[in-house]
Design a protein around this ligand. Sequence first.
Ligand code: GLU
Length: 288
Amino acid sequence: MLIADKKMWQQLMCLIVSCNYNNKLHILSDRLDDVHVTTVLNPPFVALKPNSEKMIGNDKYEGFVPDMLKKLTQILGVNFSINLVKDGKYGKCNHGNCTGMIGEVKRGKADLAIADITISPLRVLNVDFSQPFMTGGITTLVKNPEPNIRTVEDLIANGYRFLSYCCGSTERFFRTSKVSLHERIANNLVKVDSNSEGVDRVLNSDEKLAMLIEESSAKWHASQDCSLKVVGESMNSVGYGIGMAKGIAVKTAEGVFEVRTLIDHAILQMKYDSTLELLESKWWPKKC
Ligand code: GLU
């Protein structure tokens, strides 16, 4: 099938009828006219505009994700409504019950989860993910480290304590990894309720603190306050994907398409036309 014609994509995405494909497929309902996106506030992915209380709907938000959604609308011909995840969480799964954005898409409360959501081993058992739209790894953020501190080992040797967001893939990684450096960090880990709280503590505490934080967020915070520095190499590699209920599909005159395929198409297109690169340079300015 030729997919170059945008109009045809619009028709494809709008021609939603119920289907029994594979019995397992959920049906993305007529909500596809207005795809319900669940997300979380974490700048520069998603932030409230300074005057957001005077705005309604998507206009309240700014950042990499709202911009990416505008581009997805152009490519796929559907509109998206941005909603903040009710419990403020990314998502943990336990015996098939998931919290956060992962839980909302799994339970059909939202169609897509779009944020800096890490594609992780437990999550892929519970929801489908698109290809990554961004990759990176876990790094450490430290306030004005001494020049002799260049690696994470140096931080340990100099008595730093480590902070990590309580409820995401970073904390999980350190509890899972069998690398002895990571195990040592895990034994010395203080949990905080958000990345911003961790960064505030690094900036304002008299203690020697290092925040374990994914590269994308680390770089953004370091660009907002030049006393913050990223120390050492990334300790793993992660990808952020768009999450959705397993097997959701649309049936069209051309056949049944998994929504994941359509989203992958759009992500690859945004890679090929450099949209993603341009958005990264817009939202991650090199200030320091
Ligand atoms: N990206 C993480 C997740 O999806 C959240 C932030 C973190 O854990 O560093 O859970």
